[in-house]
Design a protein around this ligand. Sequence first.
Ligand code: BGC
Length: 521
Amino acid sequence: MPAVGGFDKGTGREYPGNLTPFVMVTCIVAAMGGLIFGYDIGISGGVTSMKPFLEKFFPSVAEKQRNAAKNNQYCQYDSETLTLFTSSLYLAALISSLVASIVTRKFGRKLSMLFGGLLFLAGALINGFAKAVWMLILGRILLGLGIGFANQSVPLYLSEMAPYRYRGALNIGFQLSITVGILIANVLNYFFAKIKGGWGWRLSLGGAMVPALIITIGSLVLPDTPNSMIERGQHDEARKKLRRVRGVDDVNEEFNDLVAASEASKLVEHPWRNLLQRKYRPHLTIAILIPFFQQLTGINVIMFYAPVLFNTIGFGDDASLMSAVITGSVNVAATVVSIYGVDKWGRRFLFLEGGTQMLICQAIVAACIAAKFGVDGNPGDLPKWYAVVVVLFICIYVAGFAWSWGPLGWLVPSEIFPLEIRSAAQSINVSVNMFFTFVIAQVFLSMLCHMKFGLFIFFAFFVLIMSIFIYYFLPETKGIPIEEMGQVWKNHWYWSRFVGENDFVANGGLEMGKGRNAAKV
Ligand code: BGC
C-alpha cells in the first residue's frame, strides 16, 4: 500500500515552546468564537419544530403538520419560506467572510472577532423581539454576517497562537465550542418549548445574545497573534508577545521564520489573484474541497433538522427535542476524542476512520427508514425498538463526523496556507462551507420529501468519494510548524508536480528537497 499521504517525520524545524497557561487561556477564550456558530446551528431546528412559532410565522406549515397524520410524513415540513429562515443566515455569512478577509489581514484577527460578536448581538436582539417574518430574516442575516467574521478569523487565530505540536488540539477548541453551542441550544429548546403561552421560541432566539457577548468581550481582552503583528510591522512587540506565548526566551528561529514569511507575503499585492498561481494549486483545491465535502457528509441534516427528522419518523414533539439533545451530547463527547488524538494519530487516520464509520451508519439508517416508511411515507405503527435503533446509528454517525470531518474541516485548511494567501484562502474555505451549508439547509426538506430514504444513500455516496480523496490527496500535516508546511507538498506523490524546489522556502535558508527533507512519500 503506498504511503500516499505520509510524511517523513523529523524533517523541518523544531521551534522551542511550551503549552503555557497564557496560550491555553488565550486559545480557550478565542475558541469560544465557535459558540455563536454552534448556538445558531442548534437553535433553528428546534425552533422550527415548535408549534406556536410555526403558527405565528409560518401558518401554512402548521396547517400541513396538523394534517400530517393523514398525509405523507416525508413532506410535512416542506416549505420554501421555512427553509429560507434557516438558510438566509449562511448566505450572509458567505458574503461577510469575504469582507472579513481584508479586515483580518489589514487590521488583525481580533478586530474581525469583535465585528463578529457585535453583528451577532444585533441579530439576536432583533430575532428575540421579532413580530413578523421580515424581522426574523433580517435578524438572521445579521447573525450570519457575525458568523462570517468569526469563522474567518478564529481558526486562523488559534492555528497561529498554538505551539505547532499542540496546534491540532488547540484549534479543535473551535469545533468543541461549536458543538457545545449546538448542545446548549438543543437543551434550551427542550425546556423553552414547554413554556406555557408558547413564547419560549423568543428566549431560544434571543438567547444568542449570551454567546455574542462572550466573543465580543473576548475579542477585546485577547492579545493579537505575533504573526499578525509582524504582518502589520510591529516587530518588537511581536517578539515580546512570542516569548510570552511560547514561555521561552529563545524564540529567534520561529520569529525569523515569521518575519521571512511576512516579507514574502508583502511582495504579494493581490492575494486573491495570487491564489490562482500554479504553486497554490494544492491549497486552492483543499480550500474548496474540504468544506464542500464537510457539508456533503450530510451532518447538517441532523444538526438543523434532528427534531424535525425525528418527528417525521414518528417521535412525539418532546421525544424529538430530547433526541436532539442526545445527538448533541454525542457530538461534544466525540469532539473531545479528536482533541486527544489529532496530534497523536494524525489527521488522515481520523478522516479515514470517521468516513468509514459514517458510511456504514448512513447505509443502516437508510435501510431502517426504507423498511418502515417505504416510498409512500406511511409507516403504520412504529415499535419502540425501531426508534432506538435509528437514534443509535444516527449517534454513531454523529460521533464519526465529530472526530473527523467536523474539527478537521476547520483545522486542516487553517494550517496549510502560507501567510501571503492565508487570509484570502481561509475566506474561500469559509464561504464554500457557508454556501453548501446554505444549499443543504435550503433543499433538505424538499429532498426528504422527494428522495425519501434515498437521501441518506445520496450522502453516503459522497462520504465514499471524500474518503478516497483524503486517501490519495491529503498529506499528513500533524507536527509540522505552520510556516514550514510547504515541504508537505514537495514530498507528496501528486502535489509535488505543482510546487517547485524554490517555492515556500522558509527563512530563505531551508533547502527543502535536499538531504533530510528529500523523502518522497
Ligand atoms: C460544521 C457545521 C456542523 C457542525 C456540527 C461544523 O464543523 O461546519 O456545519 O453543523 O460542525 O458539529
